[in-house]
Design a protein around this ligand. Structure first.
Ligand code: UTP
Length: 297
């Protein structure tokens, strides 16, 4: 059995109800932080981590995601003909190419939960552990959170690895919280997790966020997983069931995470990226906001 992470799964079939009405016609994963859609940050992170195959679990009503993700030779040709070669090259650099890249789109016809979305990728996953990236959790590096996780992944000690961050006690009820039994640098040894506990019931303040490296057995666990909270097939339930057999660690990534599934998180991410962008510096200064971009000469 290989321990090499060759597959990245991007579940992008959800309804995005927290961000309505913006997500009524535009997929949440295409909402931009500055000028770049959320899905692009996740793709770039997975690419940097060296995965071979990318599987997008999408929905028939969200075809715009495929149009964004895949190369558009006609658009590039138009840009080039209009003297905008730089823009054409930039698009080509970030797009996935059906010839050079190993890309699969599968449809989740109904949003039956994150766990169900991951299960939809089963027939296309390469052997070995798989990475799962939730694009609405934007984690700004460098280094990329997935690269850090893969470097720290050791299936002999734990087959399931989840990204974690420390949250305030009053926020434990918003996250899956790890039951931590030991700490080893950025790795948190865990014997389970509790879904959205109250501060008094929370076993730790180490919350699970949207990056996972999962033992391949996760697919078998998901296939037999009963619906959980909200009647959905929950990924966390299937991970928890595998803990005694394959083990579980949390990983404290070093980047900064933004919950871009909510308007406050999206605004925070936008301000963070804008504060480093010379194009935004004058506006931010005018608004009394901080920026570290140099003043124009
Ligand atoms: P969320 O838990 O944020 O759900 O999904 P959501 O439906 O997108 O948004 P809200 O909570 O209603 O506002 C996290 C990721 O999992 C995907 C979403 O597209 C998102 O990228 N997902 C969720 C699926 O692919 N299928 C599902 O059934 C549920």
């Amino acid at each position: 059995m290989t321990s090499h992470v060759r597959t990245a799964i991007f579940p992008v079939a959800g309804l995005g109800t927290r961000f309505l009405p913006a997500t009524k016609a535009t997929p949440k994963e295409l909402l931009p932080v500055l000028d770049t859609p959320l899905i692009q940050y996740a793709i770039d992170e997975a690419r940097d981590a060296g995965v071979e195959r990318m599987i997008f679990v999408s929905h028939p009503a969200k075809q715009a995601i495929e149009r964004h993700v895949m190369d558009d030779a006609r658009l590039r040709a138009t840009l080039t003909a209009r003297g905008k070669e730089d823009l054409a090259e930039e698009l080509a650099e970030h797009a996935l190419c059906p010839v050079q890249d190993d890309v699969v789109f599968v449809m989740q016809e109904e949003p039956l939960g994150l766990g169900h979305a991951v299960l939809c990728a089963r027939d296309h996953a390469l052997p070995g552990p798989v990475a799962v990236l939730l694009p609405d959790d934007l984690i700004l590096g460098p280094p990329g959170a997935l690269s850090e996780m893969i470097a720290a992944y050791d299936p002999d000690s734990a087959g399931h690895m989840v990204a974690t961050m420390e949250v305030a006690a009053e926020d434990t009820r918003k996250y899956g919280i790890l039951s931590v039994t030991g700490r080893d640098g950025r790795r948190l040894i865990a014997d389970g997790m509790v879904e959205k506990p109250s501060p008094t019931d929370a076993p730790s303040r180490d919350a699970v966020v949207g990056r996972y490296v999962l033992d391949h057995s996760i697919f078998e666990a998901l296939a037999t997983q009963a619906p959980g909270a909200g009647g959905e097939i929950q990924l966390t339930d299937a991970i928890a069931r595998g803990v005694s057999r394959v083990g579980l660690v949390g990983f404290r990534y070093s980047g900064r995470r933004f919950d871009c599934g909510s308007k406050v998180g999206m605004l925070a991410a936008t301000l963070e990226l804008a504060s480093h962008d010379p194009d935004c510096a004058a506006l931010l200064r005018e608004m009394g906001l901080s920026t570290d971009a140099p003043r124009a000469a």
